[in-house]
Design a protein around this ligand. Sequence first.
Ligand code: FAD
Length: 541
Amino acid sequence: MQKPFEIVIVGGGTAGWLSAAFLSQQLPQTSGRSVKITLVEASDIPTIGVGEATTPSLRQTLAACGIHEIELLLNCDATFKHGIKFTQWRRGPNEDPGEHYFHPFGDPIEVAGQSVVRQWGQLPVEERGEFADVFSVQSEMAQSGRAPKHAKDAPYDGALSYAYHLDAGKLAQFLKERFRKLGVNHIIGTVEGINFKQTDENTKTDIQSVSLADGRTISGDLFLDCTGFAARLINHDKTNHFHDKTDILFVDRAVTTRIPHDGIPSINGYTTSTAQDAGWIWDINLQSRLGVGYVYSSRYTDDETALETLARYLGKPATSLEARKLSMRIGYHQQQWRGNCVAIGLSSGFLEPLESTGIYLAEMVNWALAEFIPRYMSGHNPQTQYNDAIAHHYENIVDFLKLHYCTTGRTDTPFWVDNTDPDTVPETLKAKLSAWKADCPSVYDFDRRIQCFSAPNYQFVLYGMGWKGHQACDPTVKPEYQALMEQVKIRRDRLRQFVLRDTLSNVDIYQALMNTTLPKDGITMTPGTPPSSSASNFQLR
Ligand SMILES: Cc1cc2nc3c(=O)[nH]c(=O)nc-3n(C[C@H](O)[C@H](O)[C@H](O)COP(=O)(O)OP(=O)(O)OC[C@H]3O[C@@H](n4cnc5c(N)ncnc54)[C@H](O)[C@@H]3O)c2cc1C
């Protein structure tokens, strides 16, 4: 019998345990050779302990791990997320207090299967209305305390697309307990040494084994580096080039805290992101508490002022907060798959938490590995193709994050002024923005099948930020465009009625779901194409 293919995961944070869960469920179905998974984690190196907002792709990923949605809600303090509310991003609080827009999940409403965003953008500005309110019901549903689904809906399905807010520490713990029982070999130990294959002593690319502080040696065929910012394996020799993105994305520090809240009735089903002088504050509602953090740029403010800003936001004295300070390395490694080592999670890279892409990227890597590992096992070397795919994910996200900053109308602090400096905007984004002066973001602007953000996301954020592009339409076609917008309104009204009939309020849904009996056989998911972040539908079997 062929010896099992041994995967060694180093690191027991969200990335490590999600990978153990996903690959232990997905690989045996696709490889034809048994796979053994060992996860090694240090007991004396803490996990990052943040990462509470996710994208809709997580529904598909958790289903692929065979986890029931109710288990997630019961074990991880999870709540439903409709999207993100951006406050004071267009104008500062002194200019327009409370100003905001919404980036919902799901695509803009279409007419007869066609996008009419181009026609909307050619109407006079005063006739257009707020983009997210015209083309989606999700902002209204989110802000009126509606859940995206009904308790009778199938797990991970609902009337609207949705993601979750969750306690990342509890998620990792839940996955650990579940997948240790399901056969993942769990070792507590700190990796201190890396031993390379004899044939490879000069190039030091293929790892034979890792040595633990207590003297044990763990060997494997493929190593997954989930050691967080330490990047202990993938950058063992400090020569793995790091694409630093701080000249584009300025934030590099965070101060975070947790506050108990008043219970389910006060839960917001969306992330609130409130722009500040030198960054922005996230405000996330879990079932039992708030997670709040100020993400800021150390070039534009200091830690003490940042803590005071967070305290002012919460209406509490700074001295009363139990706050944690974190540094972030913004960018990604050139070699994501190096020899027989693959980086997942923060060891791969990180691009600030604005659109919740940290866990998303760990998911995408796992979906990719489920396809590439069987090839690797059969002697193929997928490193170049794989590294190109992951670099594309990062660059796609860099552009999208920068879009939120470089289109601001804020001029009240140097942080915002400098963010609109063309020298800080990637050429790829500049070219798109130039095209969008006369037209809307189109599917042709995004040429990959699998990427986090594409035309619908850009439309919601670009127009949410108040972008006034597009040339006015010919007066002879204007009535036609106005009629199309009437059609959008009719569709929106119908969708609104359907959603109101087919969903529960936040107050009711958690109560109803918590009382549901779990099916004994769990759920299974067909392995297939990875989800995109705005995917609203997928098939379960
Ligand atoms: C301020 C901030 C906010 C964020 N917000 C979000 C968000 O809202 N949404 C989102 O999707 N993502 C977010 N992220 C990213 C998210 O936190 C991470 O992607 C996610 O937690 C995965 O982390 P990790 O598992 O890679 O690393 P970690 O949590 O740091 O885990 C590293 C693991 O490696 C182990 N380890 C390290 N060195 C060794 C060694 N030598 N030997 C053995 N074990 C070792 C540690 O013990 C630990 O178990 C945020 C990140 C930051 C910094």
